[in-house]
Design a protein. Structure first.
Length: 367
């Protein structure tokens, strides 16, 4: 019974966050003179169209992978804020490599993914090494590395990896990846095609679940996040765990852009999606760092992004949705801390009751 109460408390974290976000969004809509019920009805009508649902799924895939990347670090109390930079530099270099080689279809796609994972892992590993060797907090290191990745990526794209300009073409992009390095759509529709990378993302979610919850490494990772001192006393090398976790998180971050690269752009351009790494933090928090919860949160964020497009046509600023996302993140952080403290109090109380019960059982035996 106690376990179910604890699970129910944790379930209240995203539910309360979404409820508060809905309330604040309604207040914001009313403040600008819009009708909240009518705005939400318009979003619902637009958001449940078949083309909107396909778009929601396509938008959710990179958010899901980003959420997984962030969650891997969160499970060890490592805040990998550099997912954005890791995924962008990985997408750039993997696109360049993919355009430069000619391989059979499966091998070509696999090579691009391996390059992306290697680059993402290497970039995140820098922060891990800095934390272990120099005591630099991973938040500071990863934020700074985001700026470095942005500048380095722009320099490489403009000066070394850009495809030759044709005539007056202004598009700055890498050379296009040949068809052997692309993934065909999973479902062809009249509007937007459903990208097949969604299947790979689902496999990634299963792999993360098995790694974190069904292996000794995952147990050590979670134990290090809950109680580093106890984990170290049991034989876990904290420095090695920090670097390894950052490498895995970075490798996952490197795959964030693969859905867009394989299924839409087929090259890295200045129009490549940005902000996915930061959105992944929100997705991981709302999903409580669990692959299933992250999937639900990614679909929710993908749907909100798509449904919000109708607001512009009705004269309602889309920034209302930005407010909604911000409230969700703040609400989750606050609710998470409140629930964590409630669970701690309940565990301490349960431990005290168990101690009293054992002492009461020993007293008659002593007599």
């Amino acid at each position: 019974m106690r376990r179910w109460r604890t699970r129910l408390l944790w379930l209240l974290v995203p539910v309360s966050a979404l409820a508060l976000a809905f309330l604040v969004s309604s207040i914001a809509l009313a403040a600008i003179g819009a009708s909240p019920p009518e705005a939400f009805r318009s979003m619902l009508r637009y958001g449940i169209r078949p083309t909107s649902l396909v778009s929601m799924a396509n938008r959710a895939v990179p958010l899901y992978v980003a959420g997984l990347a962030v969650a891997i670090g969160f499970k060890m109390n490592l805040f990998n804020i550099g997912v954005e930079g890791q995924y962008r530099i990985a997408a750039l270099l993997s696109a360049a490599v993919g355009a430069a080689v000619a391989l059979p279809p499966v091998l070509h796609v696999a090579l691009i993914m391996l390059v992306a994972m290697a680059v993402g892992a290497a970039w995140a590993g820098i922060a891990g090494v800095l934390k272990v060797k120099r005591g630099v907090h991973e938040v500071v290191a990863t934020i700074m590395l985001n700026f470095v990745a942005t500048g380095l990526g722009a320099y490489l794209l403009a000066n070394h990896l850009r495809k030759p300009r044709v005539g007056s073409e202004l598009l700055i992009a890498t050379r296009p990846i040949p068809p052997s390095g692309q993934l065909p759509p999973l479902l062809v529709t009249a509007g937007e095609d459903l990208r097949s990378f969604i299947l790979i993302a689902a496999v990634l979610g299963v792999l993360v679940y098995v790694l974190v919850w069904r292996t000794r490494f995952g147990y050590d990772l979670r134990a290090s996040g809950i109680n580093p001192t106890a984990a170290q006393a049991s034989g876990v090398d904290p420095n090695r765990m920090i670097v390894t976790t950052m490498l895995i998180s970075g490798a996952m971050a490197g795959l964030i852009g693969m859905s867009d690269l394989f299924g839409y752009f087929h090259a890295y351009t200045l129009d490549f999606p940005t902000g996915l790494g930061f959105d992944g933090i929100a997705v991981a928090l709302v999903g409580l760092n669990h692959p299933v919860g992250i999937a639900v949160a990614a679909l929710l964020f993908g749907w909100v992004d798509r449904a919000a497009q109708i607001l512009d046509l009705e004269g309602i600023p889309k920034e209302v949705i930005v407010i909604t996302k911000g409230v969700i993140i703040l609400s989750v952080v606050v609710a998470y801390e409140v629930v964590r403290r409630l669970v701690q109090v309940a565990e301490v109380k349960a431990a005290a009751e168990e101690t009293r019960r054992l002492e009461a059982e020993r007293e008659p035996a002593a007599v």
